[in-house]
Each structure stands twice: as structure tokens, then as C-alpha cells.
Ligand binder design. Sequence first.
Ligand code: NAP
Length: 328
Amino acid sequence: MGGVVALTGATGFIGSAIARKLVKEGWRVRALIRAPLRRVRLEGISIQWVHGTLENIEHLDSLVGDADAVVHCAAAIRGITDADFYPANVEAVSRLAQIAALRSPAPRFLLISSLAAREPNLSAYAASKRMGEIALSQMAGGFAWTVLRPPAVYGPGDRALLPLFRLMGHGIAPLLGRNDARFSLLYVEDLAEAVIKWLVSESRERRVFELDDGHPRGYSWCQVAETFERLRGKPAFRFHVSELPMNVAAKLNQIAASLIGYAPMFTPGKVREIRHPDWVCDNSMFCQAANWTPRVCLEEGLRATLGFMASGVAGRQTLQDGRIRDRK
Ligand SMILES: NC(=O)c1ccc[n+]([C@@H]2O[C@H](COP(=O)([O-])OP(=O)(O)OC[C@H]3O[C@@H](n4cnc5c(N)ncnc54)[C@H](OP(=O)(O)O)[C@@H]3O)[C@@H](O)[C@H]2O)c1
């Protein structure tokens, strides 16, 4: 096993989990970094850093080098308009795929897309992720590419879902979608394991795979609230939030972002994504193709993510690298 993996997005939430897992499993990781301070998540991990950005073709050329595989995880996940997402999520995919396709032999190419790409009309982010997938399939010439579409990913180090999960951990459970809405989830270590399984698999299928934690038909908002209640050992204050206040809050956040100059996560587009009724994955094709099995259920993943909150009832067990260990 082993070889060189060129990785983008290693300084982010998911990319850092992938980088740690790769190094642990004996792969040599060459990773793109645009701000030196951002390597803090991977302090002490043996990584060859390539300083640069997705916009610079020479930086990407150095990154790909003689790699056996390219794992492209970087993306813009915050923003408002197409222009905020297109350069990182579409143009950079083309650029990187073009560089990889010109190598001989060409490295295998894995794009971490998003389940959002299934519904490109919902938001500029979703549209950009779909267009990134299309860009890869069009640019990739004769080489082996795969697209993974994870649903919402959570775990230690996540910043997107953490505020909501913390609130639920404190017993306040806003139900942000319709009663009949269902969505899949995936623990970050299971996604990192999926990347390893893809690397060692013989699969050369050029296709898009969905993957999730395998919970049948995903979750409803009530089921997520119930999971928190089990972890806390007491009921939560549950309440439905309708679309209007969410849209008002998202619009205000968008205006504040434009005035102050930050890239917002919570926008009207994100509200449309959150309120979409069907984000359920079918992971059977990927499980079969890569011999991957998700190991972490929601309750276990939340214990690992919010360990200190769950120290009472749920404190009997802790998760390390996706394995459940009994605490003595
Ligand atoms: N989080 C989820 O729930 C979720 C669900 C489905 C799919 N995904 C996908 O998973 C991937 C990773 O998401 P994440 O949640 O880990 O996001 P994240 O924490 O924001 O990480 C994004 C990464 O991309 C890098 N990046 C962005 N623009 C760049 C540029 N122009 N040049 C170089 N690097 C750039 C960032 O670098 P800096 O550290 O320098 O900012 C960071 O390393 C994305 O493709 C996302 O679409 C995420």
C-alpha cells in the first residue's frame, strides 16, 4: 500500500481528516496550502506542503508532480453569488484535471463534490458543485476519475453544523425543515476511510457515487432531536422554525456580509438547501465498488463531536478514529 497523493483542501475540516488518515495508512501526502498558519490542524503530521492556490497553474503543477492519485477536496463553501463559488469549484477542477490528464501515466482523480450537486437549482453553491463534476467529466480525457457526493458531514473540527449541534446539545432543538423532510449524514472519519478504500480499490469506473452513514432513509429532524435527547438523557425543547424567519435571518446575514466584507455561510440559498425535503443518499454502489462500510452511527458520531456535553449519560464510550472504545 502507499504511494503519493496530491491533496487539496488539507487545511479544511474534511481535507485535514483525509490527510491524517492517509498518513496513518502509509500514504505520502503532498498538500496545497495557501496560508501557512492554516496548517495548525495538521501540526506534527508528516506532509509535504506546496505553497499556492487553486488559481495558479504552476502551483497546481507542482502539487500534482508525480503523484499516483489526486484527491481534490478544496472548495469555496461560503458565498452569495456564482462568482463566489465558480473559480474554486469549477475552474479549479478543470485546471487540476487538465494537469493530471497530461501526465503519463495519469494519476487517478477523486473529486470530493457534494450531495448538493444533485439539486443545482437550489443555490449558487449547489450549481457550482454540479458544474465542477461536469467540468471533470469533460476535461478528464483518458484517465480514471471518480466523484464522491457526501451529504452533510459532521465531526470534530467542523464549523458549519457545530453551532446547531451545540444548541441541540444544550437541549434546544430547532427543527429547521418540514416534518416529512429526510436527509442523510456522514461522520468525517467515515468519509476519510472512504477515500482510503477508493485508493486501494481496483475500481476504475468513471462515475459519481453518493455515500452516507447507511441509516435507512436518512434522518428526519425529529430523529436528530431524539438522538440528542438520548445522549442527554432528558427531553429537549423542540420547536419548528418556518421558512420565513430563516429567510429573514439569512437575508440580514447576507447584507451584513456585503457591508462588512465576509463570506457568509447562512444565505437564502443555504436556506433553500436546508429546507429541501429529500437529501437521502444511496451508498450501495460505492460500498460495492470500493468495499467500504460506514462504521459510525449518528449517536456515536455526536458523542465524539460533542464529547464534553455527552459526558453524563453517554460518557461510557468514546470514539477514536471511528472505533468505539470503552472508557475504563
Ligand atoms: N462540510 C460538509 O458538510 C460537506 C458536505 C458535502 C461536501 N463537502 C465538500 O467537502 C469539501 C471540503 O469541505 P469542508 O467542509 O472541509 O470545507 P472547509 O473547511 O472550508 O475547507 C475548504 C478547503 O479548501 C481550501 N480552499 C478554498 N479555496 C481555495 C483556493 N482558492 N486555493 C487553495 N485552497 C482553497 C481551503 O483553504 P484555506 O484553509 O486556506 O481556507 C480549505 O483547505 C468541499 O469540496 C465541500 O464542497 C462538504
